[in-house]
Design a protein around this ligand. Structure first.
Ligand code: GDP
Length: 304
C-alpha cells in the first residue's frame, strides 16, 4: 500500500496523459506513437529510454501488423519490466545482505538535499530490524549540520555512529568507522559522504581516497556504492547520475521523494540509461517510508 501511495501522483498523471494520447484511436499508429513519446518524456522517463520504448513498440506493430490501443497498457508494462530486468533491478521485497565478506560496507553518495541522511537512517532501521549489527560513519565532514543530522538518526535507530569534528578528513572518519565495525563484528557499515558537485575533480579525489583508505581495513569495501537521487527533480537527477557515475563506480540507486512527484518515470529512465539497478525508493519522510525496490511490485502497482 505504501508503494501504491508513493506512486499515486505519477500513476494518475501518466494514465491521464495516456488516455488523451489514444483518445478516439483504436489502433496504434504513428500519431499514437508520437503522443506516447510525449507522454513518456513528460513523465521524466528520459529521452533515450523513451526512444528505446517507442522503437520496441514500433517493432511489435511492424511484426504483428496491427496493434489495438487497448493493448498498449499491457505492452508498456512488458517493455518497462524488460528494461528494469536489463538494468538488473531486483526482486527482493525486504532488505537483505548479499553473501560475501563482513562488514558489508555501503558508501552513500549524492548531492545535499536529495534525502541522503534520511535514506541512511531508514536503511539503518531496516537492517537493524532484521537483526543485523549496523554502524554509521559521518564522513560528510564538510557541514556540521550533516554530522548532527546523522547523529539524530543514530539516536533514533539506536545504532552506533563514528564521527569526528567538522572539517576533519572524511577518509579518516571512514577508516575509524570500519575499524570500529570490525572490532564490534558489525554486519553493515553505512558511510555518509559530502555531496558537493561544484568541483568534479575534488569529488572524485575525495571518494577515491575514502575508498582506498577503507580498503586498508576491509579489502573489498565498499561493496555497495549507493547513489541517492531526488526523484522529483527530473532532469537534474539525470545530470547528477552522470556526474557521480563519472566520479566513482556506483552500483545501486535510491530514488527518493517519489510520493511528492508525478514524474516517477525517472526510476525507469535513470536505471536504464546508466544500467544501474534501483535498489530503494523513498516514498515519504517517515522512518518506514523506504522500500526495497522490487521490479514486479513496481509494474504491478503502476499498471493495476
Ligand atoms: P540530505 O541533505 O541529502 O542528507 O537530505 P535529508 O536526508 O536531510 O533530506 C532532505 C529533506 O527531504 C528532509 O526534509 C527529508 O525529510 C525529505 N525527504 C527525504 N526522503 C524523502 C522521501 O522519500 N519523501 C519525502 N516526501 N521527503 C523526503
Amino acid at each position: 500500500q505504501t508503494l501504491d501511495k508513493g506512486l499515486e501522483k505519477s500513476k494518475s498523471s501518466f494514465f491521464e496523459k495516456l488516455g488523451k494520447a489514444v483518445a478516439g484511436k483504436s489502433k496504434v499508429d504513428d500519431d499514437v506513437l508520437d503522443n506516447l513519446e510525449e507522454v513518456l518524456v513528460t513523465s521524466d522517463v528520459g529521452v533515450n529510454t523513451t526512444l528505446k520504448i517507442i522503437e520496441r513498440i514500433e517493432e511489435r506493430v511492424a511484426r504483428d501488423k496491427y496493434l489495438g490501443t487497448e493493448e498498449l497498457n499491457q505492452i508498456l508494462r512488458e517493455e518497462i519490466a524488460g528494461l528494469l530486468s536489463e538494468s538488473n533491478t531486483g526482486e527482493d521485497s525486504e532488505i537483505a545482505l548479499p553473501e560475501g565478506s563482513r562488514p558489508h560496507v555501503i558508501m552513500v553518495v549524492g548531492v545535499n538535499g536529495v534525502g541522503k541522511t534520511t535514506t541512511i537512517g531508514k536503511l539503518a532501521n531496516q537492517y537493524k530490524a532484521k537483526g543485523y549489527k549496523v554502524v554509521l560513519g559521518a564522513a560528510d565532514t564538510f557541514r556540521a549540520a550533516a554530522i548532527d543530522q546523522l547523529q539524530v538518526w543514530a539516536d533514533r535507530t539506536d545504532v552506533p555512529i563514528v564521527r569526528q569534528d567538522m572539517g576533519s578528513d572524511p577518509a579518516s572518519v571512514a577508516f575509524d568507522t570500519l575499524q570500529s565495525a570490525v572490532n564490534q563484528q558489525a554486519d553493515v557499515v553505512i558511510i555518509d559522504t559530502a555531496g558537493r558537485l561544484h568541483n568534479k575533480v575534488n569529488l572524485m579525489n575525495e571518494l577515491t581516497k575514502i575508498k582506498r583508505v577503507m580498503q586498508k581495513v576491509v579489502p573489498d569495501a565498499p561493496q555497495e556504492v549507493l547513489l541517492v537521487l531526488d526523484g522529483s527533480t527530473g532532469q537534474n537527477a539525470f545530470e547528477q547520475a552522470k556526474q557521480f557515475t563519472a566520479a566513482t563506480e556506483v552500483n545501486a540507486l535510491a530514488v527518493t521523494k517519489l510520493d511528492g512527484t508525478a514524474k516517477g518515470g525517472v526510476v525507469i529512465g535513470i536505471s536504464d540509461q546508466f544500467q544501474i539497478p534501483v535498489k530503494y525508493i523513498g516514498v515519504g519522510e517517515g522512518i518506514e517510508d523506504l522500500q526495497v525496490f522490487n521490479k514486479h511490485e513496481f509494474v504491478d502497482s503502476f499498471f493495476n
